[in-house]
Write a protein that binds this ligand. Sequence first.
Ligand code: BV8
Length: 252
Amino acid sequence: MTGELPGEAVRALSRARSLVALTGAGVSEESGIPTFRGGDGFWKGVRPEDLASPEGFARDPAMVWAWYASRVSAIRAARPNPAHDTLARLERRMRVTVVTQNVDGLHRDAGSATVLELHGSIRRVRCHRQGCRDGDGRFPDLPDGDDPPRCRCGERLRPDVVWFGEMLPEGILDAAGEALRGADIVLVAGTSSVVYPAAALPLAALEAGIPVLEVNPEETPLTPLATWSVRGLAGRVLPALREAADAEPGAS
Ligand code: BV8
């Protein structure tokens, strides 16, 4: 871990009764799942932003389906890492709401009880036709490259995730806002803080006078605004934060 733990942040965490953790792809990186914008940022020469969109799906449904099928198989082999485990363990000492942009389901696998999946779940599929529920189900095991399977209504199936240009699930931003309003501290871990409306959530917390602690090996647009920002890997910094908070005199 490179970044020192700010003493004030440790004291705030030790006294907190309620925490909101806003997480991004970086907290799953140590589980072996590539981040969205890390590496060369391409998949078979295509940018994820161009694949994770209705336009990308309309243009080449087999390519988009193959991309998700390759991600689903990587995710099925993945296990939670100490970052996920720490957020689940913190529930023993405070109310924890995980608000995640990730679609991999690893927070629930780690045992987190309250997880808001802002961008849906790659483990599920649904019908591409707005409102049709006949296609709801588990992502099927299919060889790569197949044209997506069809719903009973005849429309293509697609991953149950939110694509660029699509609205987030009904009510989930309200639920995230409600959790934020009741938080004593907001932890922002493993996100480049560039995707909206998720990236607006820590800003709303700061507006409301709630301290925000960022954990990321790199600086992000949130770094200069956060109350504290630690340069480090979530899988190391989060356990260290929890241990330091537990050791604080008068820890709640
Ligand atoms: C919407 C699901 C209404 C699919 C994803 C203002 C307001 C509203 C919308 C917009 C707006 N401005 C622009 C928009 C449009 C757009 C947007 O935000 N575009 C961006 C690119 C500018 N937003 C939308 O379209 C949203 N819809 O608002 O509807 C609307 C519509 C149109 C116009 C106006 C309003 C929908 C956004 C959801 C898109 N779907 N994913 C899928 O996964 O396949 S987003 C995608 O990016 C992933 O979900 C990912 O989680 C998310 C955010 O990325 P990060 O998680 O941050 O991952 P990233 O790779 O970027 O960064 C990883 C970070 O981790 C790095 O900082 C790295 O340093 C760090 N890291 C690495 N290792 C570690 C680590 N940190 C800690 N520990 C480590 N070990």
